[in-house]
Design a protein. Structure first.
Length: 561
């Protein structure tokens, strides 16, 4: 591959590498994730620098990965010896291709998809872009194999211009970003080893996850100095089941679930208020009852969970906020159930029955304490669930644990149990009160200003990458106490799921996103804009890299003066 790349401009290198990587099916959770990492390793191994320094290029087997995925690491030492290191990271997995419909066999062919959209009259704007030759189509073109390609092209550049590096470049290409983030989580131990054994001091990480217009006519190129986090709040709702012939005396968990969804789903007043940032509200990802077959009995229980973006809040604050919403939803449900029952009695003339409409609302941690106080062996119940079920969705396993605890509870009353399920992504951002963070932002802004003058691009710096990104796992802002609301309310923490918080704290790497530019990530129309992504972005990242590696040198100069 090197012999082919060496004769190209960096623009051509990034484009060629992107086409090649897109052609490789690496859908999340498939063996394609293993093959593409091996291919990236093979490509890098053709570079003369890594042939001279083979120890600087290697695969790391991800500990405990369910399908045996690996991460690829590549180290480039500058000629000016220094511990200062910039981490380049990019994920190489993609979402599936069912959305391509009858075209899914063409999803990995950039040429075939471009040819298709050239004749696609259903969307004139899209057709015009395809005919311009400035856009590349195909699954992973923008999210984010082009980002990995840009990093690889820059690694090649720096292997041949090591005199420009006042430090080191570490490239990490990993999978599983689109699901459980096994790749980046597995890489943390290796990053920590390199920090300890090589003495690397990570100045910053640079991610190339895609950026996109935020509104119609938006021509800005956004640079993000942090990444939003994510937490997954879940509600196990236990009602009072009845025959449909006696429905007014029941407590329907589906109705309670609907009330909770109504109060939380897309409720923007639950989102954090950070001026100038793209802040997204919580979103319902699943709502369903636990009936497996058709019967005329109402549901016994129902499950709901939400995607909840985290920007600056702590799990403790989020738990308290959602507990309040659940209690309010249940009060509304109680009033509805009782009012309808009373109307039923008025119409039928039947005598009243001794029924309660009270719905208990409790956190998982509190519920475990209640059960333990009743003499119930919670640990044994959890272990039995974990022994009986393997290789299942982690959300389902979490619900199974809570359901098993509910089944063991001798007090059978209507109840909502609030807990968290995997995954959890910390938030990672530059704090304004942190001196190092301020210098990183100032350095990046200076580079952007120069590039704007040189290219005419309109750059805008924002605090949080608005979607989910692996950079979340490189730094941690919460204390142990602030995280306890998460760890104590996520069933079987450290058994079915955990995040190595201590390792993240030891690394503490800010992650800046300088992404490829495109549209429609996760859609069949996904495309990357080549003039910016291949023509401007590589130089922007190189300039940012050299500027970040000079930060320590500038600090020493100021001390001497």
């Amino acid at each position: 591959m090197y012999e082919q790349l060496r004769q190209m401009t960096i623009y051509e290198q990034a484009e060629t590498l992107t086409r090649h990587l897109v052609s490789l099916n690496s859908i999340n959770g498939t063996l394609g994730e293993i093959r593409i990492v091996q291919e990236i390793h093979r490509i890098l191994s053709t570079f003369p620098y890594f042939q001279e320094h083979p120890e600087n290029l290697y695969l790391q087997k991800i500990p405990g990965d369910p399908i045996g995925r690996c991460n690829v690491f590549a180290i480039v030492h500058g000629k000016h010896k220094s511990s200062q290191t910039v981490l380049y990271h990019a994920h190489i997995d993609t979402v599936a291709v069912e959305d391509f419909g009858p075209l899914k066999d063409l999803a990995f062919s950039t040429d075939a998809m471009e040819a298709y959209f050239r004749e696609y009259s259903e969307d004139p704007e899209l057709q015009t872009e395809a005919r311009s030759g400035d856009w590349m189509f195909g699954r992973g073109a923008v999210d984010m194999k082009s980002g990995a390609a840009v990093h690889i092209a820059n690694v090649l550049y720096f292997t041949e211009h090591r005199d420009e590096l006042n430090g080191n470049i570490l490239l990490l290409c990993n999978g599983d970003e689109e699901s459980e983030h096994h790749g980046i989580i597995g890489a943390l131990s290796e990053l920590n080893r390199l920090q300890s054994e090589y003495g690397f001091k990570f100045v910053s990480a640079i991610n190339t996850d895609f950026i996109t217009p935020l509104y119609d006519g938006d021509n800005h190129r956004y640079i993000y100095t942090g990444a939003a986090g994510k937490i997954l709040p879940c509600f196990h709702i236990y009602g009072r089941e009845v025959h449909v012939g006696d429905t007014l005396s029941g407590i329907d968990p589906n109705f309670i679930a609907a009330k909770i969804t109504e109060r939380i789903h897309n409720r923007y007043n639950l989102a954090e208020q950070i001026p100038g940032e793209l802040i997204l509200p919580p979103t319902c990802l699943q709502q369903r009852d636990t009936k497996e077959l058709y019967t005329v009995q109402t549901a016994i229980s129902s499950h709901v969970y939400f995607n909840y973006f985290v920007y600056e809040e702590t799990p403790e604050n989020i738990l308290a906020k959602l507990l309040s919403e659940a209690k309010a939803a249940c009060l509304e449900a109680e009033h509805h159930f009782q009012t309808q029952y009373e109307e039923y009695l008025r119409v039928t003339g039947l005598p009243p029955r001794n029924l309660s409409w009270k719905i208990d609302v409790i956190t998982y941690e509190e519920y475990v304490e209640q059960l333990t106080a009743q003499g119930i062996n919670v640990r044994n119940i959890i272990e039995q669930v974990l022994e009986e079920e393997t290789n299942k969705d982690l959300r389902d396993r979490s619900f199974e644990i809570v359901s098993a605890l509910q089944a063991a509870d001798p007090i059978k009353k209507a109840r909502v149990i609030l807990f968290f399920a995997p995954p959890y992504l910390p938030h990672n951002f530059l704090k304004t009160e942190d001196t190092k963070a301020v210098k990183i932002r100032q350095s990046i802004e200076a580079v952007l200003n120069d590039m704007s003058i040189q290219t005419g691009e309109q750059f805008e710096v924002k605090k949080f990458f608005p979607y989910l990104a692996d950079g979340s796992f490189l730094s941690l802002h919460e204390t142990e106490d602030e995280l306890s609301a998460l760890t104590q309310n996520l069933p079987a923490w450290n058994s079915i799921y955990s995040v190595p918080f201590n390792t993240i704290k030891m690394l503490n790497i800010p992650s800046v996103n300088m992404g490829v530019y495109g549209k429609d990530g996760h859609k069949w129309t996904e495309r990357v804009y080549k003039p910016y992504s291949f023509g401007i972005l590589p130089e922007l990242i190189r300039n940012a890299t050299t500027a970040l590696l000079r930060l320590e040198e500038k600090e020493r100069t100021l001390e001497i003066v």
